[in-house]
Write a protein that binds this ligand. Structure first.
Ligand code: ATP
Ligand code: MG
Length: 307
């Protein structure tokens, strides 16, 4: 086994009644990885993360959390921070009181909590809101407070289950800046997300579908393994139906005056697009091949599983 792994999950499974939530999954996190777990609703992400945190006992397989210090290869599970999918902050407690509550649950004394709270509130940008009731924070700030609470133990491994779900794009960006800072300081992060732009920010991405991790790799590697090609069409026309039901194309999407079309073959695809543009009397189109997005990679990974 690779010595730099700090999380090693081996052939782990969990069922609830007849539902196989997680099916023989292997997972490895190296120190300072930002491992992104993506996949459709019900894929098993939460169940897998809860098993990594030791909150659910697996039916089979095992989770090992490794110590970074030489000679002490295995440790129990201290140094772990967890932000659950539906985190529970106490709305009628202030920001500081929430942190104190979580800190004391972990057995930290008041002094330690106060000192750490100052550091992490600074990092998460909530220093000026210590006295505000959690109920009166914006959605993005609530998310940051939940993160702050999960950091009070100064974990070496941070497990975040869809931490930015439903938060506006600006707050999501800020949240990820904080994650990058924590990561730079040495923290290893396991994070699930429904957002493909966030998957792009991870060092490793695991795609989960119906209980299994079906593809793993860096965003660059997953993209280079994409078996189709993508053509971008820039044209001065906005028509949602532009490339509908077109032979030699597999899928398309559009953003403003740019269309992205997934094709099997670049030349056949290009001809089909040109024919359609001519039929629709749209002149002056610029067509070029571009790299696939994570979104495209995952749409096709998910479809491949269905077939
Ligand atoms: N405590 C439970 N009791 C019964 N079934 C459960 C329980 N927890 C999860 N499941 C089922 O296990 C499967 C995996 O659920 P899980 O919550 O792990 O998926 P997920 O990928 O986190 O989904 P989402 O993206 O919606 O959060 C689902 O079919 C779910 O209904
Ligand atoms: Mg979940």
């Amino acid at each position: 086994m690779d010595a730099s792994n700090i999380v090693v999950v081996e052939q782990i499974s969990k069922s609830f009644g007849f539902t196989v939530a997680v099916n023989q999954v292997d997972l490895q996190l190296k120190k300072q990885d930002i491992y992104g777990l993506v996949g459709p609703d019900g894929a098993g992400k939460t169940t897998l993360m809860r098993m990594v945190c030791g909150l659910i006992v697996p039916d089979a397989g095992r989770v090992r959390l490794m110590d970074e210090t030489p000679g002490k290869p295995e440790r129990a599970g201290e140094n772990l921070g967890y932000m659950p999918q539906r985190f529970s902050l106490y709305g009628d407690l202030t920001v500081m009181e929430n942190i104190s509550f979580f800190g004391s649950m972990y057995g930290l004394d008041r002094k330690t909590i106060a000192r750490r709270a100052d550091e992490i509130l600074e990092l998460t940008g909530l220093s000026n809101f210590k006295g505000r009731f959690a109920d009166n924070l914006s959605g993005g700030m609530k998310q940051k407070l939940a993160l702050t609470c999960s950091l009070v133990t100064r974990p070496a491994l941070l497990v975040l289950d869809e931490p930015t779900y439903g938060v506006d794009p600006g707050s999501r960006k800020e949240f990820w800046k904080i994650l990058y800072r924590l990561n730079k300081e040495g923290m290893t992060i396991l994070v699930s997300t429904p957002y493909m732009d966030e998957a792009e920010l991870c060092s490793v991405v695991g795609f989960m579908d119906r209980g299994s991790v079906t593809a793993v790799g860096s965003p660059a590697r997953l993209k280079s393994g994409f078996r189709h090609r993508v053509l971008e069409v820039r044209v001065n026309a906005r028509d949602p139906e532009m490339f509908r039901e077109l032979s030699d194309t597999l899928d398309y999407s559009f953003y403003g005056d740019k269309y992205r079309v997934v094709v099997k073959d670049v030349e056949a695809g290009r001809l089909a697009l040109e024919r359609r543009l001519a039929e629709k009397n749209v002149p002056g189109a610029l067509i070029r091949e571009i790299p696939p997005s994570m979104e495209e990679v995952f749409i096709f990974l998910a479809e491949k599983e269905v077939v």
